[in-house]
Design a protein around this ligand. Structure first.
Ligand code: AMP
Length: 199
């Protein structure tokens, strides 16, 4: 199963990816997590990405395309993967198509988790509060100012992806306004329909 999850910051892509990971025994490929790991490890990519991420902007397409292309070649992706936070621009979607074609891989589903902007902001604030209460590390881009920039980047650069995949007849939409189980249920229905159509 090869799935792309689309949605704004805090829409629930990460949470739903973890559920899908267990269900299908496939890895979650989160470019955000991979970039944060690179920042922590102090690699060349990490050094380039650090400031951009802290400012809520998007890292260059070339960097993320390469990271994803290499990651897909790893053994644990043989049965599939969930792309969480990638692609994020139409150029990345085009690059992904090229990468997949070269590897003779096809996607099963592109699912957009739709959540109102006001709810996304509330979720980000709650996430920060919860982290502080637990004594955890708050992400450096989880604050109202940077969140506003991430939202602006999302609207300008990532939302056009919905049109891109809709035109290709690949886009499926679910409401992300319900609780985690309700969203997971709606995603299940889509993936089961996709599987039936492929039989
Ligand atoms: P995320 O964890 O998906 O919210 O990503 C955190 C940050 O990592 C984003 O705000 C971007 O700076 C960067 N990032 C993650 N994925 C991508 C991507 N596909 N393209 C460009 N930048 C990305």
């Amino acid at each position: 199963m090869r799935i792309i999850l689309l949605g704004g910051p805090g829409a629930g892509k990460g949470t739903q990816s973890k559920i899908l990971m267990k269900k299908y025994a496939i890895p979650q490929l989160s470019t955000g997590d991979m970039l944060r790991a690179a920042v922590t490890a102090g690699t060349e990519v990490g050094k380039k990405a650090q400031k951009i991420m802290k400012n809520g902007q998007l890292v260059s397409d070339a960097i993320v395309n390469q990271i994803v292309s290499e990651r897909i070649d790893e053994e644990d992706c043989a049965q599939g993967f969930i792309l969480d936070g990638y692609p994020r621009t139409v150029a990345q979607a085009e690059a992904l198509q090229y990468i997949l074609d070269k590897k003779h891989i096809t996607l099963n589903a592109v699912i957009e988790i739709k959540v109102d902007e006001s709810v996304l902001l509330k979720r980000m604030k709650k996430r920060v509060d919860d982290m502080r209460k637990m004594g955890g590390l708050v992400r450096s881009d989880d604050n109202p100012e940077t969140f506003a920039k991430r939202m602006a980047e999302y609207k300008q650069k990532t939302l056009p992806l919905s049109t891109y995949y809709r035109k290709q007849g690949q886009l499926k939409e679910v409401s992300g306004m319900g609780d985690v189980a309700a969203v997971a249920g709606a995603i299940d229905v889509i993936l089961e329909e996709t599987a039936v159509r492929r039989k």
